[in-house]
Design a protein around this ligand. Sequence first.
Ligand code: FDA
Length: 596
Amino acid sequence: HAQPIETDVLIIGAGPAGASLASFLASYGVKGIMVSRDSTSAETPRAHITNMATFECFRDIGLEDILRNVSTPIDETDHLLRWCLSMAGRELARRYTLQTTPQRTGEYKIASPCEHMDLPQTRLEPELVRFATLNGFQVRWGTEFRSMEQSDSRVTVDLFDKVTQQIFSVSAKYVFGADGAGSRVMRHLQVPMEGFPSTQWAVNVFLKADLSHLMKSRPAVLSWVLQPHRDHADFNMVCVVRMVKQWDEWVFSFLPAPGAKEELLSKEQYLEEIQQVIGDDTPVEITHMSRWRINEAYAAHFSVGRVFCLGDAVHRHPPAMGLGSNTSVQDSYNLAWKVAYVLQNKANPRLLDSYSLERQPVGKHMVTRTNQALRRHVPIFELLGLVSPSIPERLEALSLLSANSKTGEQRRTEFQAATDACVETELNGLGIEFNQDYSDSPVICADTSDSAPAKPALEGNPDPIRFHTRTTIPGWRLPHVWLNKAVPEKEISTIDLAGKGKFVLFTGIGGGVWKEAAAKLSTDMNVPIRTISIGFGQDFEDLYGDWARIRGVESSGAVLVRPDNFVAWRHGKADGDETWALEKLSLVMRKVLALD
Ligand code: FDA
């Protein structure tokens, strides 16, 4: 046996989770190896919606513009969700989604300096892999994880090279399991998966069909095609049609009929069904077919010793709400600075324990809510009679929608409420995107102000799934606010002042002691801490007054932000001298870096 190849980090899997982790680590100068069982990155688009919170992570390492070039801004797509009887047939309802909802555009605008993008995985993954490799990562395709062993100081991993048909070993300080929903790494670690066993499977058929003649007057990125009027031997009455490219590339997701054998049907059977779903004779060319399971499962914990798992390996869920790839990227963003700081001896390795403590609740919440969002469609199926095996009964239920009667009126009200509820949760979840709360983490310091507010962050938020709470309460995401320089320059976001591998301490007029304390501590601890004063005549000016409204401390107070843009600690005002500030900040930094 040859000696194991030595590296600091080994990432298993090169999907959104693994490839973004490699990119974020590479941005810190960390070198390592990433392997993937497949011979290339994603061959089908799958995830499309890349949300603002995720774009903030990419923006931090300078990838935003590169990714924008291969994305379509949501505003430029007809981002509507609709229910219809076929693509060519009658529409039952249509709703705006995300920031295209006129009533909510402003909320999305003030949430972030970034925008939601339609960015298929086929375009995201190659850019991530390119970034990681150009910045020092080695990538090996066709390389499959087999087994691993951990010691106190290293992990030795056996990998199977599909080209040479040989097993070789890699010895790494840290290993990352980003090997997707069927994760072999998770099975090997025997981490229990919680939630519910999967009962439903689905088939994605990717195809080319020019439907522009239909979509001109009824644009939608997502159509729920419901066909109560047909008998369906092998298919359920529901097909979800997702636009891949306007308007000639699509993915049709079929839910097989209850009890159907879990295997793909023939291309001809799908073609026949697709033609019915389209509702006219537009030529169709199937390019790819695949099976997948609708899951509701999350890992009990995300790490074991020196092995950390992320992405679908630890949270498995349906595509509703479009959060899967986004959550995977945010897992890796949470991990990357911690791993880099530990490898660079800036933090105690115990800092890495906070990864699972902070991200597991986020993963669990996402899995639960995306399944709830999917179940919100069931009342619509019921109202349209899809639950009945009899076509006449189903048609009668459908005809009630246009009946001039009290029952008809009631049915219309129920249908309106059911479609509204669906859209609100499924595609208007600005809250679930941003409201992540790490305040219980051992490396977050509670607010130490004398007058620390007892008020919980979400107080006053009528629906934390839909509405974003902008706060600097420790454990919450740094809110975006546009700031200006005294000498006119382009506006800059608080998000741009934070990140880039540094801690940032925001203060204002009267907060000079923090500046001196942070500079001294930064040198003593060998940890980058940048201090930024915001206010009249300061480093940055708050011309819109938004920072003053949102900062949650007095002008001389301090808001300390971690390299991943989460607030680590805050203090109400500068009520002491430089020694006092140094002592305070030093205690905080020791806790935040797990040095105590
Ligand atoms: P992913 O499965 O993408 O990657 C796993 C990687 O591990 C691959 O490189 C694979 O080769 C590798 N691998 C597996 N086993 C291995 C082994 N034994 N050894 C070595 N390598 C191994 N999400 C979203 O945010 N917005 C959206 O709009 C949608 N839409 C959507 C639609 C549909 C139809 C589906 C099925 C899914 C979505 N998603 C989504 C979800 C999204 O696709 C999913 O959450 C991410 O791909 C998860 O990324 P990972 O990197 O964790 O796993």
